[in-house]
Design a protein around this ligand. Structure first.
Ligand SMILES: Cc1cc2nc3c(=O)[nH]c(=O)nc-3n(C[C@H](O)[C@H](O)[C@H](O)COP(=O)(O)O)c2cc1C
Ligand code: SF4
Length: 395
């Protein structure tokens, strides 16, 4: 295991590196990435969204199908395969988590499948998972980790869960100003609100724990969004976080499950290319302004005035509430499943490429997970370690 002079993350009876790889859909974090991260003794996370797209046999059965039940069933088979394959790669090291979006229609079935297939933890974002304790009641060994963005959301969730005699095993606090993908703020204008400032959320959450009579160590806090340097990690751990979660930096590792073009788009994006806009899920999201997104944003206002309920474009009904299908004018007006799948397959013209706003730890380099972890945890890039002084070198 990598030797570090930072506190380890004591979680689920394990001593882990204090790094969590965030779940990234569609298909950006599947078994290869999550397994590689866990193998290094950190937390690797598979995103549960539409995983059949990584399986040629399942796509042959359902790629052109308009049978929603068949598509959902294929996705559960894919999820099972991905969890098992990730565990094989990890060889018992680290933890394998599954990220499931609350906003996804198949949320409850995917939670159940993740538990049955042997996930160590279930991580839920894009909505408040108030029902997660009941859904997982038969699997008390599975850790439950909600993703929230401010102390108000944490307070609401904690109080509801405590009435059910359950505490989260950890909480991810994701800053909407910096993170990639869907953001935990109601509107794009809100992402700069001071209530999301990480030191403030950490402090207010510690005060909340006191008020609720909870020991601070009972619920580790995991800070996320825009983390790209060793110094930031050191500072966040000193401010009360037990670990940090990163998304974009892992998406562009060699083991990242997306096509090489996906990684090239992310590493090649300049600050001004990264935009925040409304997703069909009714939440703001952050991505790279690639050709499709630029074109869509030019037409967005016109499409929104014409929004009307219609059939799901691909008969998949992936979301509980979809701006396009349900004709919700203030939400996005595109099929997110199709666009994210184009991106995963490296289609630069047609894809939607989620990305966080900050620079990447290894710049434009696409390197192995092990090298990224070493740099984040020690501040030293592989190959640039200082040679030991001559007096310490073996004769
Ligand atoms: C390509 C991409 C896809 C993502 N997909 C999801 C997702 O499906 N569910 C989720 O909870 N978070 C998702 N995220 C958020 C990440 O898990 C992570 O928390 C966030 O990106 C952290 O910010 P960073 O990218 O600046 O490190 C995604 C992020 C990216 C970059
Ligand atoms: S139209 Fe909406 S609900 Fe249907 S697959 Fe696309 S994003 Fe999902």
């Amino acid at each position: 295991m990598l030797n570090i002079d930072l506190p380890y993350f004591k979680f689920c009876n394990k001593t882990l590196l204090p790094i969590v790889q965030g779940g990234m859909g569609v298909g950006i974090s599947a078994h290869r990435l999550a397994g590689a991260v866990a193998r290094q003794n950190a937390v690797g996370t598979i995103s549960s969204v539409d995983l059949r797209r990584h399986h040629a046999d399942l796509m042959a059965q359902t790629g052109k199908s308009r049978d929603k039940d068949a598509i959902n069933q294929a996705n559960l088979v894919a999820l099972d395969r991905e969890i098992r394959a990730a565990r094989d790669i990890a060889e018992g090291n680290g933890l394998i988590a599954v990220n499931i979006m609350r906003a996804v229609a198949e949320y409850a079935n995917q939670v159940r499948q993740s538990c049955e297939s042997g996930a160590d933890a279930v991580v839920v974002g894009a909505g408040l998972p108030l029902d997660l304790p009941e859904l997982t009641a038969d699997f008390p060994q599975v850790a439950l980790i909600p993703i929230l963005s401010d102390a108000r959301g944490i307070s609401l969730l904690l109080k509801k869960w405590m009435r059910k005699n359950r505490l989260p095993d950890a909480i991810v606090i994701e800053h909407p100003r910096y993170a990639g993908g869907h953001l935990g703020a109601p509107k794009a204008e809100d992402i700069v609100d001071a209530r999301f400032d990480m030191p403030r959320v950490l402090e207010e959450t510690c005060a909340l724990f006191k008020e609720l009579g909870l020991e601070r160590e009972k619920v580790p806090l995991i800070a996320a969004g825009g983390i790209h340097s060793h110094e930031q990690i050191r500072a966040l751990l000193a401010q009360g976080a037990s670990a940090v979660q990163l998304g974009t930096p892992f998406a562009v590792t060699e083991e990242g499950d997306a096509h090489l073009n996906f990684k090239k788009v992310l590493v090649g994006a300049a600050k001004e290319d990264i935009v925040t806009f409304m997703s069909v899920a009714g939440l703001p999201a952050r991505a790279v302004r690639t050709p499709w997104l630029a074109n869509y944003l030019d037409k967005e206002a016109r499409l929104q005035t014409k929004a009307r309920p219609q059939e799901c474009q691909v008969a998949f009904d992936c979301l509980h509430q979809c701006g396009l299908r349900d004709g919700i004018a203030k939400a996005g007006q595109f099929c997110i499943d199709t666009r994210l799948a184009f991106a995963m397959n490296g289609d630069v013209k047609r894809g939607l490429f989620f990305r966080g706003s900050e620079p990447l730890p290894l710049g434009r380099d696409i390197r192995p997970v092990q090298e990224l972890l070493q740099f984040l945890l020690t501040g030293v890039r592989a190959g640039q370690e200082q040679a030991a002084p001559a007096c310490l070198q073996p004769a």
